[in-house]
Design a protein around this ligand. Structure first.
Ligand code: M6R
Length: 614
């Protein structure tokens, strides 16, 4: 969701800005723009739609951009005002000398706009961001100090923001600041960068400074100065970024999504390394900072998450309750934050988020923290805002996930829940030791089994082609794979735009059965275990209504061929581990259907990778 890049130095500014924006494209956007200072003047270029439109525009302006040595760029995901060129960032002050790019939402923009208009500012767009351009510029006219102008203006802003600002009277300089929205500074040689996320700068530098809330950075090619909101100078803490530029390459795959699906066996191995080497050793989860006594006496867990992370949490509930006998509540963060909840210092609150920036989950976590709960964060981004709220932090280490549709991060989150449940069960002695040993063995064998499955993807491809013209899909399952049904349906919806519903199989007869006819595919997730026979009879109910029947199963029962039109087989795993195995074919099914339909798989319409607005 929205992305920022800033550059001051001697290289080709627009190339660096558009290159940085390209690597943020995966976050989802609908327009883009850059502002540079060239020949002493602030110049702004914007385009609606794909970044390529902006690149094409800039290609025609190379002559007038030759002298540019500082600039800011942005990709926008519309919140205030429709996605068009006028509302695209950067926005400028009335005089046109100052330009700003912004991620986040200025909540008091209406009041600010009225005040600023009363002072003679002329607004061009419908955005909240434009108020920042006018406000900072007025302060600049009073103080003649751009950093001070930003500092004073930010005291009047409510909401969340990451801002980069340039002014033609202040050459070679970017002022960057943030509150509740990510922004980092890339440290270079005779050049410096600002960005809302690592991929935008990783090609140029691995050294970065993460800004804290309300800090202000003054970037020039040869210096970076940092100040707090009271204007005290702070020594910047330079960190080494753990990313490799290679992570952003498709490595020969057609899309990032299919590459990321194939990375899943290694994601599991990676997660287990250092935590579980053999079934005879206890799971090592030093990331959990609650002491043994507290863990033993834990009587409630609350998990908050959104989207795919929420589905991972739903599986986590089954696993923890089964192995640890601790009640676990799972709730969508967006629901949790607007009702009276009863989490307190006796509840362990787990926030799950790939990006670690999802606004709803971040708010839920902050609310729980304020009530004294111990906060455990499961995230793929240990450098995120959510991670900074954590008392305990489990980084899932899936590597950067570029495709908007989450795949490998989901599997990594599931691994985190398995590790947590096994760790708690061992401390509490709450599960049969042989059972625990079996599960550990199964987890260690899982990567090979998934690799085996991935070598047989042609059958899934064929299934995708057969069913790609369906307008609707129902995924049914029971028990812990109910979450798999939801996740499989979400994947299909997100990237193919086909209406897909995940349903608990036992609930089919309480309503949705009315929809069934010979046009509707019903995909039954039937993994061997407690509820296998039950789903089988639910599937028979669907068959009796002429639905198009697909089975996803680890059963080798040949009779399934009579009931189902299509059987997708996966290697057998213990039922409790089966959500990891069962999701892989569903990710592939969604991928191949979307690919077959010619959809923009990695950047589905209207979606953003990291949803930083509530
Ligand atoms: O970064 P998060 O895990 O907090 O994101 C939550 C959802 O926005 C995310 O899972 C979304 O549903 C994905 N597009 C799923 O593929």
């Amino acid at each position: 969701m929205c992305g920022i890049v800033g550059y001051t130095g001697k290289k080709n500014v627009t190339d660096i800005l558009t290159g940085g924006l390209s690597s943020l494209e995966y976050r989802g956007y609908d327009s883009s723009g850059v502002a540079v200072i060239a020949d002493g003047k602030t110049k702004v270029y914007k385009a609606e739609g794909k970044l390529q439109n902006l690149k094409d525009l800039l290609a025609t302006k190379q002559e007038e951009l030759k002298s540019a040595n500082v600039g800011i760029g942005h990709i926008r995901w519309a919140t205030h005002g429709i996605p068009n060129e006028i509302n695209a960032h950067p926005h400028t002050s009335t005089c046109g000398k100052l330009a700003v790019v912004h991620n986040g939402i200025i909540e008091n923009f209406k009041e600010l706009r009225e005040k600023l208009e009363a002072k003679g500012c002329v607004f061009k767009s419908e955005t909240d961001t434009e108020t920042v351009a006018h406000l900072v510029n007025l302060k600049y006219e009073e103080t003649k100090d751009l950093k001070e102008a930003v500092r004073l203006a930010s005291k009047e802003l409510d909401g969340a923001y990451a801002l980069c600002i340039i002014h033609e009277d202040v050459p070679n300089t970017i002022i960057a600041t943030r509150r509740n929205a990510p922004l980092l500074i890339g440290v270079g040689e005779d050049e410096n960068f600002a960005a809302s996320d690592v991929p935008a700068i990783i090609e140029h530098t691995k050294k970065a400074i993460y800004l804290d809330d309300n800090q202000i950075a003054v970037l020039k090619p040869n210096s970076i100065e940092l100040f707090d909101s009271n204007n005290n100078k702070i020594s910047p803490k330079v960190e080494l970024l753990p990313w490799e530029p290679i992570a952003l390459s498709k490595m020969g795959y057609k899309h990032f999504m299919i590459k990321e699906i194939h990375e899943q066996p290694d994601v599991i191995r990676n997660f287990l390394s250092g935590k579980l080497h053999s079934a005879n050793e206890p799971v090592k989860l030093d990331e959990v900072k609650l002491d043994k006594e507290k863990l033993k006496n834990l009587n409630r867990i609350q998990v908050v998450a959104c989207g795919t992370s929420l589905h991972a949490a739903m599986v986590g509930k089954y696993v923890i309750e089964e192995l640890c006998k601790i009640p676990v509540d799972v709730e969508a963060s967006s629901e949790y934050i607007y009702r009276t909840t009863v989490t307190d210092e006796h509840t362990l609150v787990i926030g799950v988020s790939q990006s670690g920036e999802t606004a709803d989950t971040l708010t839920a976590v902050k609310q729980s923290k304020a009530r004294g709960s111990h906060i455990l964060i499961i995230t793929n981004r240990p450098d995120s805002a959510m991670a900074r709220e954590a008392d305990s932090l489990i980084p899932v280490n899936a590597g950067i996930e570029v495709s908007v549709a989450a795949t490998k991060s989901y599997v990594a989150q599931l691994m985190a829940f398995y590790a947590l449940a096994l760790h708690l069960a061992e401390i509490k002695d709450s599960a049969d030791k042989d059972y625990i040993k079996t599960l550990k063995n199964e987890l260690l064998l899982l990567p090979q089994k998934i690799e085996l499955l991935l070598t047989k993807k042609e059958k899934i491809q064929k299934c995708a082609r057969m069913y790609s013209s369906s307008k609707n899909f129902i995924f049914i399952a029971r028990g812990m794979n109910y979450a798999t049904a939801l996740e499989g349906a979400l994947k299909l919806k997100e990237i193919s735009y086909i209406n897909a519903t995940g349903y608990p199989a036992g609930e089919l007869k309480h309503g949705p059965i009315a929809m069934l006819d010979e046009t509707l595919p019903v995909l039954s997730i039937m993994m061997n275990g407690k509820v296998y026979e039950k789903i089988l009879s639910n599937a028979q109910e669907a068959k009796a209504r002429n639905a198009r029947m697909i089975a996803l199963t680890d059963s080798l029962d040949e009779k399934l061929e009579d009931l189902f039109d299509y059987v997708l087989n996966v290697p057998h795993v213990n039922e409790i581990i089966s959500p990891i195995m069962a999701i892989i074919p569903l990710q592939l099914l969604a991928y191949y259907i979307a690919e077959f339909l010619g959809k923009d798989v990695d950047q589905p319409r209207n979606l953003a990778k990291s949803v930083t607005v509530e």
